[in-house]
Write a protein that binds this ligand. Sequence first.
Ligand SMILES: Cc1cc2nc3c(=O)[nH]c(=O)nc-3n(C[C@H](O)[C@H](O)[C@H](O)COP(=O)(O)OP(=O)(O)OC[C@H]3O[C@@H](n4cnc5c(N)ncnc54)[C@H](O)[C@@H]3O)c2cc1C
Ligand code: SF4
Length: 399
Amino acid sequence: QPISNTLFGRAAERMGLHPFPMPSANVTREYENPYGAKLHPCTYCGFCERFGCGYFAKADPIICVYDRIKEHENFEIRFESQVLRIEKSADGQTATGALYLGPDGREYFQPADTICMNAYALWNVHLMLVSGLGKPYDPETRTGVVGRNYAYQTIASVDAFFDDSVVTNPFMGAGALGVVVDDYNGDNFDHSDLGFVGGGYIACKQYHGRPISYQPVPDGTPRWGAEWKRAVRENYGHHGDLVVHGSSMSTPENFLDLDPTWTDAYGRPLLRMTFNFPDNDRRMSDYVMNRAVEIAENMEHVQSVTSSNLAAQGSNYDIVPYQTTHNTGGAVIGTDPSTSVVNRYGQMWDHHNVFVFGACLFPQNLGYNPTGPLMGLAYWTLEHMKNDYLPNPRPLMDA
Ligand SMILES: Cc1cc2nc3c(=O)[nH]c(=O)nc-3n(C[C@H](O)[C@H](O)[C@H](O)COP(=O)(O)OP(=O)(O)OC[C@H]3O[C@@H](n4cnc5c(N)ncnc54)[C@H](O)[C@@H]3O)c2cc1C
Ligand code: SF4
């Protein structure tokens, strides 16, 4: 582990907490997966926090499964194509296929018996809304379901500045190289008198150190000029990066719908997001951030600590500073068609041959990153599609 992560783990342990290495999809030694894909040991170049790994050291579908499935006769991928709409049958009960824009700029219709929607949480919802799949959520009457339960993630950050004896070399790292404390997440702690539900994990990560986007400076540093440059130079290599990834509870006021004014290049209304942090989540974020500050102050060789809560009381959600890409909800899973878009098998209540994948299924965003659970749900849905649905296509649950 890089030194900042190690110092974080040691401080947390001294405080009676339970730090552990962050799970990640990077490999530390040569590995051949069951499909014959070969992965190389990670070089800790730090590129993959936001980008794919050109060295084949991070698991993703292109590296791990594409080479094998592209040989299957019944598999075809059409690159540079964009689905514009899902078409419905005349009675509206099922979907008939996808209208898409090909690489030549022309529109094509791909008929389909069964459709899997995999376009990412937000774009699944957008496609449903522009295609008339499911009933759109109406925040006035609080009826309808598509766009309902939109939630995000509640992020706070803490910076620990070390004295010169701790050299962190932040340019060496990997996308998810960190140590985590999960003692303040979910029901891992007693909320009874704290005034909020939910929680978050605290991580110390060394994941990129990019020269332009990584310039940690202590509080009170001017935002530009010679003094700022001096502070960046002095602190770049002596910094620990702590972050709180907290839960985000869906509320009736936070939702996705179609923009009444703006359209995209194809004339479709844009997706509109209406969101602000609920008070519950602001309280949660303040609480867990303060626990992170305590750990940072306990790290050896720390000279100063600064913190910032993007969901602080009095502030509004701002889409500009990057927080996370962990959008959830909008087409949630459930057992009641009046509050969910898909049944427990990921099958749309209103159109039984449409199955939905991704974090749009989550009714709330709990204090973890979404990709693990959304992949678990994908396995669950595929199992039921294969064994229950495809042999006998029908609604898998009564509405
Ligand atoms: C910088 C960054 C860091 C992240 N870090 C983490 C992390 O540490 N942990 C974590 O759990 N999650 C992380 N995430 C989130 C994670 O990437 C997503 O949760 C996950 O990729 C969602 O999987 P998905 O299959 O639903 O959608 P995606 O992986 O987004 O796949 C959707 C695919 O559909 C395609 N598509 C979309 N619309 C159309 C259309 N109309 N027609 C045709 N194709 C279409 C897209 O091109 C894309 O290939 C991160 C995301 C980003 C951007
Ligand atoms: S740090 Fe990320 S991009 Fe660099 S080799 Fe490791 S997995 Fe690949």
